[in-house]
Design a protein. Structure first.
Length: 135
């Protein structure tokens, strides 16, 4: 048995079976393993908005590994207040893609909105960032 592996993305295991007559059969198995790490940032263009108005939130998701079939999702939660992100209510996972993108946060109640965004991938890696907006 021979192997060629890397710590973050997996590798290949080669099996060679040989009989007493030097006849052999070779087969290999490719594996994808581990966690795919990434960086996540979130920031608001405004620190203060009027109730029922919106602020643009800028996001960036940068993958560290080139792991095939990695998918990402994001959700948000507002501490002691109510708001929506592009019309989506809090605690709902939405699919996102790596890169830079923005969404509009609408403050629906008066007060300090402490908004925590969480991004996760299908390899069980996650990152959280918090943005504060006074409404």
């Amino acid at each position: 048995i021979a192997s060629d592996t890397t710590a973050t993305t997996g590798g290949k295991i080669v099996f060679i079976a040989q009989d007493n007559f030097d006849q052999s059969v070779t087969t290999s198995v490719a594996l994808t393993v581990g966690k795919s790490s990434f960086d996540f940032t979130a920031s608001s263009l405004e620190s203060q908005i009027l109730v029922d108005n919106s602020s643009q939130i800028n996001f960036s998701v940068t993958a560290h590994d080139d792991v095939p079939n990695t998918t990402y999702q994001m959700k948000f939660q507002v501490e002691n207040q109510n708001g929506s992100l592009n019309g989506i209510q809090q605690n709902n996972w939405i699919p996102i893609k790596p890169g830079d993108f923005n969404m509009m946060y609408k403050g629906l109640t008066v007060g300090k909105h402490r908004i925590t965004f969480e991004v996760r991938n299908n390899w069980n890696s996650s990152e959280k960032k918090t943005v504060e907006i006074e409404v």
